[in-house]
Ligand binder design. Sequence first.
Ligand SMILES: [Zn+2]
Length: 269
Amino acid sequence: MPEGHTIHRLAARHAELFAGDKVHAASPQGRFAEGAARLTGTVLEATEAYGKHLLHHHAGELTLHVHLGLYGKVTDGSGEPPEPVGQVRLRLTSDRYWLDLRGPAACEVLTPPEVAALRARLGPDPLRADADPDRAYARISRSATPLAALLLDQSVVAGTGLIFVTEALFRAGLSPTLPGRGLDRAGWDRIWADLVDLMTRAVRQGRIDTVRDEHLPEAMGRPPRVDRHGGEVYVYRRAGAPCHVCGTAVSRGALAGRNLYWCATCQPG
Ligand SMILES: [Zn+2]
């Protein structure tokens, strides 16, 4: 599933292509025909990402809400759009650009109270200027749930997925199974600042890189990582490979239905 940086990149891209323009909306597949009819002919005023949720704010207090989920994909281009291929849930066009959305977990039109309800059920997003990390710590510091599960819970922190969470915990030297209430305030402040840094860099680069300069392939004389996720990381999907810091084989285990990765030496628990 795409992590928050991907959605923030999409929001910025869609603002660049469509903001201020009157758009035509259609649902070639048919499943979003009613919603598309409500949006068509309106001006797309602004776009926004909140965690893994993409919002297009249209004139007339209509907001398109998209969650890509596991399979959602967005493509775009300029000029005449191509013949729709596959299950295009939403096609948005202006005089200059087009955008196709396929396979989202959510694609719906929300009213302002519904947008407010969506925001209310999400934790602070490290990529948003209005994020309040105190809100997340209030949840974490009262909970016996393992830290990794808390950080993956979108109502605690929004936008973080498995890569950012496993990597931030490695960089903090904290075991993914540490109960939330075992994390002191200074520890939380460090994790939050690190998430802000890592995620901001990922927005800029379009991929997730988490290793410090001294552990880059060039610095260590090791081959670069080969993985469809790209990016240089410490532990994510590196089970059995040597830790870049201490050489211990990276561990993998299931927690809350997810595969977690950690170094038992650098992250004792
Ligand atoms: Zn290690």
